[in-house]
Structures are given as C-alpha cells and as structure tokens.
Design a protein around this ligand. Structure first.
Ligand SMILES: Cc1cc2nc3c(=O)[nH]c(=O)nc-3n(C[C@H](O)[C@H](O)[C@H](O)COP(=O)(O)OP(=O)(O)OC[C@H]3O[C@@H](n4cnc5c(N)ncnc54)[C@H](O)[C@@H]3O)c2cc1C
Length: 606
C-alpha cells in the first residue's frame, strides 16, 4: 500500500529516466548552468545486471563529440569502452552462400575516420555517469515516476515518484521526459505519432541478442595489411539483405561481448517469423551464416524483440517547460546510429533554453520556438533517411550509391553544423529554414530514392560506389576530407567554423553526384529530363548562394582567431626564449663518490 509523503522537494529540473539521454542531459546541464538543482528518477538498480542491458551501443561522430567533447569524457571512454573504426557494409554475392566473410561484397572503412567514434557498453556507461552526476550534486531517486502534472506557463510542475512503498512529490520548474518508450509525457499530451502512414512508410521491427566470449576470427582474423589502416571488427558491421539488415557491434574487449541484431521491414519479413530467439537464429543461419557461426561461438546473455521500432513526437520543447528527448521523443531505425545523434542536438537545445530562462533573456521564447522547429524537422529528416529501405537494402549497387550520398550530407553539413554550434544560432537557423536549404536536402534525397526504385525495377547494375575513396567524383573529392579547414585549424569554438564553406562544397559535389547517377542510370534522356535538370540547378544555386555567404562570413570574422587558445599561446610565445639550465635535484654529481657502494664481485651475476 502506498504511503503519501506530504513533504515535497523543489527542483530546477526533474529528469525522468536515467538512461543514456537522462544522464547525459543531467551532466550537460551541470556543466553549463552553475548551481542548478537537478533530480534524476529511475527505477533501475544503480549497479546494472545483465538483465538491464539495452541497445544503442554504437556512436557516430556527433554523438561521440557530445559524449567526449561536450561532456568531457574522452579519458573515461578510452579507459572503459572500445574504440570504433567507422561503418562497414556487406552484401552477399550469392544469398545462398554466406558461410564466410569473403562471400560478401564489402564497403570497408579503410582508415581511422578524421573524428573518432566509440562503441559503448551501455550498462557500464549508465552506471558510471550516474555516479559522476551524483558526485556533482544531482539527487537520484531510485524509484518510478507514476504520474506527472504538467502545468501551464511557468507554474511549478509536479512529478509523482513511487519509491519503495512511499510516494514522493517532486516540484519542478522544468521537467524532461527521458524515460524512453514509457512515453510518460507523450501519452499525457497526446504527442506521439506512430504508423507507417505517418512515418514515410517506415514499418520495421527488431530482434537482437548479446553473446560473450565470441571467436571473432570467424568474422576476420585481423590481418589485412594491403587494404586497411584500422580494425575491421571494432566497427559497426552491417550485413545487408532484402528487406533487412543485421548489425554486429562489439561492446567489450575483455568479455568479448558482441551485440547482434536484426532490423526487418514487416512488408518483406513479418515479425512473427523472427520474434523468438530460435527464429532469429534460424534466420541468421539461413541468410548470414557467418554471423550465425559467430553467434554460436559465444555464450548467450540475452534476447529481445521489439515489434515496432519507429515513432516520433509532434512537439519537442513546450512553452510549459516540458521537454522530450532520446527514445521518449523519436526513433526510426539504428542504421546510421542516429538515436544518440538526434539526442545530442536535443540535449544542447534543452540546456540552452533552460539556461536562457534562468538568465531572464528576452528572446528565450523565440529561442524555444526556433529550436523546437529545428528538432521537429531534424527528426523528420532522420525518419526520411530510412525510407524506401524495404526494397533497397539488399541491392549492393543502389545502397552503395545511397550510402555515399547520405555520407556527403553527414560529413559536409551536419558535422560542421554541430561542431560550430550553428544549431544553437537563431539567425543561422532562421536563414537555413527560410532559404529552404534544409528542405532541399530532403527533396534531393526523396528524388534520388525514387530514381533508385526505378532502377530496381529495371534491375540495372550501376556499379559499386566506395564511400571512402577519392576517385568516385571529379576534383579528388573525398567525403571524409581530413584536411577540412575547420578541423585543420581547430575551429571548435561556437561559430568559428565557416558552415557556408562546407555547404558550398557539399551542395556542389552533390550536384555532381546527381549528374553521375542520371548519366549512369538513365543516360542523356535522364540528364535532360526537366525535373532532373532542375534538381541539379537548384543544388548549384544553393552552392553559389553559400559561396556568397562564405565570403561574407570570412570578411566578418577576419579579425577573429581561428582558435583562441592557439592565439593566446602564439602571443605568449613571442617572449619565449629557449633555455638550457635544469633545476637542481639529487644526482650523482652532488653525491660523494665514496658513498656509492659497489656490489662484491661474487654478487654480480648471481
Ligand atoms: C534495436 C535498437 C538499436 C539501437 N541502436 C542504436 C545505436 O547503435 N546507436 C544509437 O545512437 N542509437 C541506437 N538506438 C536508439 C537508442 O535506443 C537510443 O539512442 C538510446 O538508447 C535512447 O536512450 P534513452 O535514454 O532515451 O532511453 P533508454 O535507454 O530506454 O532509457 C530510459 C530510462 O528510463 C527509465 N524509466 C522507464 N520508466 C520510467 C519511469 N516510469 N520513471 C522513471 N524512469 C523510467 C528506464 O529504466 C531507463 O533507464 C537503438 C534503438 C533500438 C530500438
């Protein structure tokens, strides 16, 4: 029986859920808003057992930057979680023969990407960061939120927590739903959207298993000196096939733990055919036998099945001081590990809104509206990014082209946007939205996906496009150009990197990519078709507009150092004089030679 505790605590922020999103949000708030009073609520035990394991073990560049750079966890990650060397994709040469990795065509990440990524052991990460949060002053309630009373405007909200046989009421200015698929605020406010008809047709489910002590040499023996300067195993390996893909993610170097999961599209592979451990194993045995062998080489830890992966929210940040982040907000398909990427943008948006509110800044409501629109658009883009998958995933030619295109936007626009904190800059977001530059990305992808569908019908082989090679497009274009100016000049401070320069480059090369697709896939009639021609012109127009913006930005920032710490050290260094003297310490020169006791001859070599 519940006892009502009349004593209520008052917080600045209550975060419901101490999973990945909740703990990262708490740490980000603590690091950016001095003296903020935060409560975190989660029913799971602080010491995580095997039962508590979750999916979401792979980060990509943006989520790694959020965890390591924004939360200051580089050292902790190196010491506790495996590194990641990009994304590899494999398509069977013949679906009937999948016993060896060599039976597949590969898109390997052939070198360490310019920005690091990590693989995450989730229970360890959540346990450790929760502990860090507590040490920094967060109050943790190891209980379950049973209800939340959302009030209008700036009135205090209240969160009801069941803690053992007690019920507590936490009063709070801001309440954040990070409780994943419990959808506490989503259900309360009718904020959720489900169903393929509302999600660009995405209708997928997922089954996954974790095993320990696997024999990774079944996959690869690690010897590939002529082809790669990085590990193949410590990556996210995608095994592709019609209507599905299978992930393989190592999450621990000591226990050789491996997460293996399947994302299936219900139209092609019905849920009932893969929703148990036995059916899942049988599917792998028949369709990706090498992964099946790997699975069988280890000891089983857990199995899960989720019949419906995709959902999104109508609103992300409310004027009534509630926010939804992480899985509580949206999730579509982990193909590019976008769960934590969307979360990274959300965490920074939420902190900035709350910070501006506390500081009493005049434009805070405008900020909330613009950030909310940005976040809603971003989840729509991510939803779109996995549309048309059901037909296309198994086609190596089409998917290699598709992955190339999607990586161009990722490295060319999204990463510099995140690094430069442009997603927090109101004038930029306004301009980006108003000029339709963001919308053009979505339109271009949609038209390309439709062209791919046509090519599928024609059963045409377009050739294989290598994401990591510089010979796919003219002018030595490279998606992961290590020499990119903002990294080369460590322009990591807000609004230092010239986002327009990256956009100019990306839109231009996407236009070239598009021309190549039209030419190879549809010949001259395809190139000259008015709709296609217009698409190329639109991309070139935005590239030209971005070039003008790039020059203006360069002019406006001509007196700003590319990096303030480097500028400061350069200034200090002007007075530097190389010196040779050493500070005194107890050394042989100060010790009397008679005091040195030499060993007797007999001792030497005994
Ligand atoms: C199959 C699959 C694979 C994925 N792989 C990736 C990937 O590789 N990379 C990636 O970036 N993303 C991935 N994702 C997305 C991933 O789920 C999210 O990035 C991440 O796990 C979401 O974390 P979260 O904190 O929002 O939710 P969760 O990790 O689910 O955390 C929610 C927390 O809320 C707590 N909670 C529940 N009910 C209550 C309550 N009533 N009161 C208080 N607390 C409560 C829970 O105990 C839990 O700790 C994947 C998703 C799926 C479904």
């Amino acid at each position: 029986m519940l006892m009502n505790n009349t004593q209520s605590q008052v917080y600045d922020v209550v975060i419901m859920g101490a999973g990945m999103a909740g703990i990262c949000q708490a740490r980000h708030l603590l690091l950016n808003i001095p003296n903020i009073k935060i409560a975190l609520v989660d029913p799971r035990p602080e010491e995580r057992a095997d039962k508590d394991m979750k999916v979401g073990e792979s980060t990509v560049e943006i989520s790694t930057l959020m965890i390591c750079k924004e939360l200051g966890l580089y050292d902790y990650m190196i010491e506790n979680h495996p590194p990641k060397f990009g994304l590899n994709f494999h398509w069977p040469k013949d679906p009937a023969k999948t016993e060896n990795t060599d039976d597949y065509f590969h898109l390997w990440a052939t070198r360490q990407p310019p920005l690091a990524s990590v693989l995450i052991n989730r229970p360890k990460f959540e346990r450790d960061v929760l502990k860090m949060n507590k040490e920094m002053g967060v109050e943790f309630y190891n209980g379950r939120v049973v209800d939340v009373d959302l009030t209008s405007g700036d009135e205090l909200n209240s969160v009801q927590v069941k803690l053992g046989d007690q019920q507590l009421e936490l009063k709070t200015k801001h309440v954040i739903d990070a409780a994943g698929r419990k959808f506490i605020i989503g259900r309360k406010t009718d904020n959720l959207v489900f169903g393929p008809e509302n999600l660009y047709g995405v209708n997928n489910g997922s089954a996954w298993m974790r095993v320990r002590n696997v024999d990774r040499t079944i996959f690869h023996n690690g010897y590939d000196p002529a082809n790669a300067t990085c590990s193949h195993y410590y990556a996210t390996n995608h095994w592709m096939g019609h209507g599905h893909w299978v992930w393989m993610i190592p999450t621990d170097t000591e226990s050789m733990e491996l997460s293996i999961g399947l994302v299936h599209h219900n139209d092609i592979i019905p849920g009932q055919s893969v929703n148990t451990k036995e059916k899942f194993s049988a599917f792998l045995e028949a369709n990706h036998n090498v992964v099946y062998q790997l699975l069988k080489s280890g000891e089983e830890v857990d199995f899960h099945y989720l019949p419906r992966l995709a959902h999104k929210s109508k609103q992300m940040y409310s004027r009534d001081n509630w926010y939804v982040i992480g899985d509580a907000a949206a999730m579509f398909d982990p193909f590019y590990s976008m769960g934590m990427t969307m979360m990274s943008f959300q965490i920074e948006n939420v902190t900035e809104i709350i910070r501006a509110k506390f500081a009493g800044e005049a434009d805070v409501e405008r900020k909330r509206v613009v950030y909310n629109n940005f976040a809603v658009n971003m989840i729509a883009r991510n939803n779109h990014l996995v549309s048309h998958h059901e037909k296309q995933l198994g086609n190596a030619s089409i998917m290699s082209w598709r992955i190339f295109l999607e990586n161009m936007w990722w490295f060319g626009v999204l990463i510099p946007m995140y690094i430069g904190k442009w997603h927090l800059d109101l004038p930029f977001l306004h301009k980006f939205g108003k000029q339709g530059r963001g919308a053009v990305v979505a339109e271009t992808l949609e038209e390309a996906y439709k062209l791919f569908d046509k090519l599928l019908e024609k059963k045409q082989n377009l050739g294989f496009m290598y994401t990591h090679r510089m010979d796919e497009l003219p002018f030595g274009y490279s998606i992961t150009k290590d020499v990119s100016k903002y990294i080369g000049l460590s322009k990591y401070e807000p609004k230092h990197c010239n986002i327009y320069a990256e956009m100019r480059n990306t839109y231009f090369f996407v236009a070239l990519w598009y021309l190549k697709l039209l030419w190879k896939g549809f010949g001259l009639p395809g190139l000259l078709a008015p709709k296609n021609f217009k698409r190329v012109l639109t991309l070139l127009k935005i590239s030209a507009q971005s070039y003008v913006d790039e020059l203006i930005f360069d002019y406006q920032t001509r007196n700003i150092p590319t990096n303030s710490a480097v500028a400061k050290q350069r200034e200090e260094f002007k007075n530097y004089q190389p010196r040779t003297e050493l500070q005194s310490w107890q050394n042989l020169a100060t010790v009397d030679a008679n005091d040195i006791k030499l060993p007797e001859l007999a001792e030497v070599g005994s």
